[in-house]
Design a protein around this ligand. Structure first.
Ligand code: GLC
Length: 468
């Protein structure tokens, strides 16, 4: 099928988080299933065009009563067969970097550019179906229907409901769509905000999210971020599909950042060598004691940093005769708190990709106390490197980690439950034979994209043939 996959970020061009990985790996996997899949993304200021990129369309859109010129470039990332259409528009779209909820104009314009292109200007290539990702492109079905009188099948994937594009900017007025012709514009989220994700949820033909557990969770008040009733009313068209992990990146057999590469057959020696090197580079005593890691964003909402700070403050992290290394950046106030709470731990608050790889390889276990996690990538990478995830039983963590076989899961977001899970994990790892068994279990898990790409493919086919 001809599929247009729209996303704000794509690894290899511009990446902020997990969405960038999915927007690269899932389409690559769908290409292998013989779909004619192409990407549509903004030409962010950070993306540099090269001579090899070609201009495929130029046209104007009208936003806020202004006529704005748009250019569409076709680009291929080195070594990839995936066509990427980059949308350039100078007033709103290609100027601003931040993907936060505050750039409502930027993403209203992005959605308008893509909709106008599909409806009127992509005459050489017409998609059978449009796959939207997150709030950034969630307005496309509504815009297509109300401004272009065109409604190709559309699927919206929710990667994280905490980000919705909730705004006071009068984007619908600027787009020229009124509540008289489109009554769903009267739907608001408190305290009376317009909401991109909400409009996507009501207008897309089918909805997916990135794990089966998160698909259930978002229909509850605890996880629904105020949109649970809308999601519940669409439960028959909502499916959770777990993300895969790239088969190119994060391979312990060939990871250039490691002092010694390793496979399932050499995991013991490989992890020992990487642990010693990591201890040395962190200035920790080089000893055969458990090394506990954390890798991730420092935020006050999702990643369970409150539990880490609580554990550090109480003096229980690191437990006696263990070491702890924390790597992550984000909220400066929380970063300062982490530094202030740590006594015998190494806290590194910068972005450092090589070090992240070295922690995956050298640590014995990784803490993932997220209060919610739609899918999560870190636990998949940890398992691929034979590093035991100690994680909250939520979302994709619950769906990918097998308790006591490939990790340890805890249920309550409390310091007690978190610390008891860590102690359980350390106890499991303290027996060398059991440790090796766990490492082999983890490393033999299959996190390839193929099974998930097949599920997406089935949904596309069903939508296209009108079965859904
Ligand atoms: C978001 C979610 C994360 C998920 C990623 C890709 O970043 O927070 O859990 O893995 O999207 O779907």
């Amino acid at each position: 099928m001809r599929l247009l996959f729209t996303a704000n970020e794509v690894r290899g061009l511009y990446k902020l988080g997990g969405l960038g990985d999915v927007a690269r790996d899932l389409p690559e996997s769908l290409l292998l299933q013989n779909h004619d899949i192409r990407l549509a993304a903004p030409l962010h200021p950070e993306i540099k065009l090269s001579r090899a990129d070609c201009l495929v369309s130029s046209f104007n859109i009208t936003y806020d009563n202004q006529s704005l010129p748009v250019k569409v470039w076709l680009k291929y990332i080195d070594g990839s067969r995936l066509p990427i259409y980059l949308f350039e528009e100078d007033l709103y779209l290609s100027q601003y970097t931040d993907a936060s909820d505050n750039h409502a104009d930027k993403y209203a314009v992005l959605s308008l550019c893509i909709a106008a292109w599909v409806a009127q200007h992509s005459t050489f290539w017409q998609p059978h179906l449009i796959h939207l990702n997150d709030w950034h492109t969630a307005l496309i079905p509504l815009i297509l229907k109300h401004l272009f009188n065109y409604s190709p099948p559309s699927l919206l994937t929710i990667h994280n409901l905490a980000y919705q594009g909730s705004t006071t900017t009068p984007v619908f007025q600027k787009l020229g769509i009124s509540p008289e012709t489109c009554p769903t514009l009267n739907l608001k989220t408190p305290p009376n905000f317009d909401n991109f994700m909400l409009q996507g949820i009501v207008h897309a033909d089918f909805l997916t999210t990135v794990s089966p557990t998160y698909a259930k969770e978002i229909q509850t008040t605890e996880f629904g971020e105020g949109l649970e009733e809308y999601l519940k009313s669409r439960h028959q068209s909502l499916q959770g599909i777990i993300n895969g992990l790239s088969s190119v990146d994060y391979i312990p057999q060939s990871d250039p950042h490691l002092v010694q590469s390793f496979s399932i057959d050499t995991v013991e020696a490989g992890k020992n060598a990487n642990k010693s090197a990591l201890q040395k580079s962190l200035g920790l005593p080089v000893k055969n004691i458990p090394l506990i890691g954390y890798i991730g964003r420092v935020d006050g909402h999702q990643k369970g940093i409150d539990l880490i700070i609580g554990a550090l403050k109480s003096g229980n992290l690191p437990p006696p005769n263990t070491q702890f290394v924390f790597l992550g950046t984000g909220d400066p106030q929380l970063e300062a708190k982490l530094h202030a709470s740590a006594k015998d731990s190494i806290i590194i608050t910068r972005f450092d990709e090589p070090l992240a790889h070295q922690i995956y390889a050298g640590a014995d276990c990784l803490l993932i106390p997220s209060s919610f996690e739609p899918c999560g990538l870190i636990q998949l990478i940890a398992m691929r490197y034979g590093t035991l995830p100690i994680a909250k039983k939520t979302g994709g963590l619950a769906d990918t980690i097998k308790h006591n076989q490939t990790g340890v899961l805890f249920e309550d977001h409390t310091l007690e439950a978190f610390m008891s899970a860590l102690m359980q994990g350390l106890a499991l790892l303290s027996n060398p034979q059991r440790r090796l068994e766990l490492q082999k279990n983890m490393m033999s898990q299959d996190f390839s994209w193929e099974p998930s790409a097949i599920l997406y493919s089935n949904i596309y086919q069903n939508m296209y043939t009108g079965l859904n």
